[in-house]
Design a protein. Structure first.
Lengths: 265, 462
């Protein structure tokens, strides 16, 4: 039994089960995507599927359109979420935790259930399901992911910065512009990532909310893979992954210059 | 009259402030002369920071008014007040560099770029931080951040600079250096400084005037010399410097008795045979190896080297412990003679000589004081409901650990060693003070059970 004790004594060994899980379900699929993307149907190395993507305007257009929808959704979430987070974190304006809970509560409901409810709602008030419904549904689904990180940063904000600014002659508007906004930037950045990344790859919501009339990039990937076009699907996935990775690196660089106490939790 | 009034830059009149049911400031009045260096001194929780925040405009007073330059600013928001604050934890904006932090206030005033530049550089020079203007705030040490915080405040040329324990986070050496620099800065700038601290040495070093506060009230206002040499009450005497505070009796003018002896002193006007508190500073007691030439004698209990002097505890022949500072060491256990000069004896009026409570009779044998019913000696002709005054001597009250043994609960708020016993202030749950003389050792904030024996209640009808 000594060997067992030795394994458990070393704290880092505890991560072994997780590492195995990570290898099988995260690293291996990524490697497979990478390999599949650089193969043709017969398994030979080739760039034919990349050429196919850049040659087919339909898929490239879907990609650009998806980015556009994601940007609009993120912007709307920011416009709606920032004031909400500000009000929630302000003890004078919002005295009870119940309000905070009401905003966070939708996060606890399954995303598909919420989307189906949105579909039912649009049907009920007889608004045709199209791009408008899509954006509404996405904003509705992802708004809590924007509010929560910003609320978190704001409620942890040291009040003495605000007092210092007031002391130096800043009126309430200036305090908001020159202190609250810069100090809440880490929360805003992480909110943007939390909303932008899932919206760009979403497909189920788009299918349900537009009755399949609007195609997002996620749908394109799913269709290709469902139809057995593994290599082309892998290329599309890889392109999206690289794009998201680039976004992440870009936002990390910006975040470094401010502070690092944002985050969801 | 109006000419005299102009002399004061700040007038605080009868300010009171409550947080919930807790009274933080109770009828505080202070006047500050233009160009003065005023220190608000007191232990933590005495309301000094709250007072400073009211001056800066953070929070509103419940009662009273604050005037700056004769103008009522009680309800003026902070950004419209001619004051700037150096915050305890600096509160420098982490997303701005040193230069932009200092220029923050000037940019808001829409001052021209080249003048901002000139003034920021001048402020940096004043705090000794030239060449640091483009540094990131987080890359600075605590002392450097402190300097930037001061520069950020003085660059706006406020009429009053408020400093909230600005040196509390620095180490001793750095603190001493900064004290000197602050004093120098005060001289150069010529503006009024209001400085909050709990460090009595800092207050004595820096200030023109010290305001000693305790429990939300002003205890004494005076120059450092006044406060040290002529403390108004036992709290001030105990809080400022080391001191021996003893019970005494003023026999007649210029003759006081304490430690079981009669001493000549310089105080007069107290009356004859009046109980008083006597303050003797440790450096004012002279020790002699020769017992016969002393005014009285004692035995050395301990002798500790403190750097400049030795700190010696002597037990006098009458059983009092006295703290003494002397440049010479004395052997523990040796007999010594002691001399106290008349000018070094400071006599203070006693704030009280026994506990006085106002209450009412419940019936012939019960009285209600401190929201508690007490058994008392039977009183004739009582129907209940009469208002009475109840007096209890300090030494008749017992304090106990066991909560059930006493009549009511309280916590120890202030401990004063009187040479051979402790004089405690016990705060009851209803917020009233009970004063107790005891030989037992209690700690500050100890929860105690208070028992008042019924035979010691002296009741008089009002």
């Amino acid at each position: 039994m000594k060997w067992l004790a030795r394994i458990f004594n070393k704290r880092s060994n505890w991560s072994i089960p997780y590492l195995i899980f990570l290898l099988i379900f995260v690293v291996l699929p990524l490697v497979l995507i990478f390999i599949y993307a650089f193969q043709d149907n017969s398994g030979e190395f080739s760039l034919v599927n990349f050429r196919k993507f850049f040659a087919s305007p339909e898929d490239a257009n879907t990609f650009v359109y998806s980015i556009g929808i994601a940007i609009i959704t993120t912007l709307l979430c920011l416009i709606l979420g920032y004031p909400a987070a500000y009000i929630l974190s302000n003890k004078k304006l919002c005295r009870s935790q119940v309000m905070v809970l009401l905003f966070i509560l939708p996060m606890w409901v399954n995303i598909l259930v919420r989307t189906l409810a949105t579909v039912a709602l649009f049907d009920f008030i007889r608004i045709p399901l199209a791009q408008g419904a899509l954006i509404f549904g996405m904003v509705y689904n992802f708004l809590p992911f924007m509010i929560y990180p910003i609320y978190n940063t704001m409620s942890k904000m040291d009040h003495s910065y605000i007092e210092a600014a007031q002391d130096l002659g800043a009126n309430p508007v200036t305090v908001f512009r020159k202190v609250v906004i810069p100090l809440s930037m880490p929360g805003v950045m992480s909110g943007i990532m939390m909303v932008f990344m899932p919206t760009i790859s979403t497909f189920a919501i788009a299918e349900l909310l537009t009755m399949n009339t609007i195609k997002l990039f996620g749908t394109t990937i799913q269709e290709n893979i469902n139809n057995g076009m593994w290599n082309y699907g892998a290329v599309l996935s890889l392109i999206m992954l690289v794009f998201i990775l680039a976004m992440e690196v870009f936002s990390d660089k910006k975040e470094d210059s401010t502070s690092n106490d944002g985050g969801l939790i | 009259m109006s000419h005299l009034k102009d002399d004061f830059i700040i007038e605080v009149n009868h300010i009171s402030k409550n947080f919930g049911s807790k009274c933080v400031l109770d009828d505080v009045s202070i006047s500050v002369k233009r160009g003065e260096f005023v220190t608000i001194l007191g232990p933590s929780g005495c309301g000094k920071t709250t007072l400073l925040r009211l001056l800066a405009g953070f929070g509103n007073a419940d009662e009273g008014e604050i005037k700056i330059n004769g103008e009522d600013i009680t309800n003026t928001p902070p950004h419209k007040r001619p004051v700037n604050t150096v915050f305890q934890r600096y509160a420098l904006f982490p997303y701005l560099n040193v230069y932009d932090n200092i220029a923050f206030g000037l940019k808001l005033q829409k001052i021209q770029e080249d003048e901002i530049d000139m003034r920021v550089r001048k402020a940096l020079k004043m705090v000794g931080m030239i060449d640091y203007e483009w540094r990131d705030i987080n890359s600075l040490s605590g002392g450097q951040q402190q300097r930037v915080a001061i520069a950020r405040a003085i660059v706006n040329r406020p009429q009053v600079l408020l400093l909230d324990e600005p040196l509390a986070a620095l180490d001793l050496k750095m603190r001493k250096d900064m004290q000197m620099e602050l004093k120098e800065m005060h001289k150069t700038l010529g503006i009024t400084f209001i400085y909050v601290t709990h460090d009595q040495e800092e207050a004595l070093t820096l200030s023109d005037t010290i305001v000693v506060m305790s429990e939300g009230t002003v205890q004494q206002i005076g120059t450092p010399m006044d406060i040290y040499n002529e403390p108004k009450n036992s709290f001030v005497a105990d809080f400022i410097g080391e001191s021996n505070i003893l019970n005494g009796t003023m026999i007649k003018d210029k003759l006081v008795s304490f430690l079981g002896h009669e001493f000549e002193c310089v105080d007069s006007g107290f009356g004859e045979n009046v109980p008083v508190d006597v303050v003797i500073r440790p450096e004012d007691v002279y020790l002699l190896n020769n017992t016969s030439s002393g005014m009285f004698t004692g035995t050395v209990q301990s002798c500790i080297f403190k750097g400049v002097h030795y700190e010696i505890v002597v037990l006098t022949e009458n059983g009092y412990e006295i703290l003494i500072q002397d440049y010479n060491a004395f052997e523990v256990g040796s007999e010594v003679g002691l001399i106290i000069k008349p000018v070094d004896i400071h006599v203070m009026e006693k704030e009280r000589t026994c506990n006085t409570f106002i209450g009412k009779m419940i019936d012939k044998t019960h009285v209600e004081i401190l929201d508690t019913s007490f058994l008392c000696e039977e009183m004739e002709g009582i129907e209940g409901g009469e208002k009475v005054k109840v007096e209890v001597p300090f030494d008749k009250i017992d304090l106990m650990d066991n909560e059930d043994e006493g009549n009511l609960l309280g916590d120890v708020r202030f401990i004063l060693y009187k040479g051979n016993h402790y004089h405690l202030t016990v705060r009851t749950e209803t917020g009233e003070n009970i004063y107790v003389d005891t030989h037992d050792v209690w700690d500050n904030r100890d929860l105690v059970s208070v028992r008042i024996p019924h035979e010691d209640l002296k009741i008089t009808l009002l």
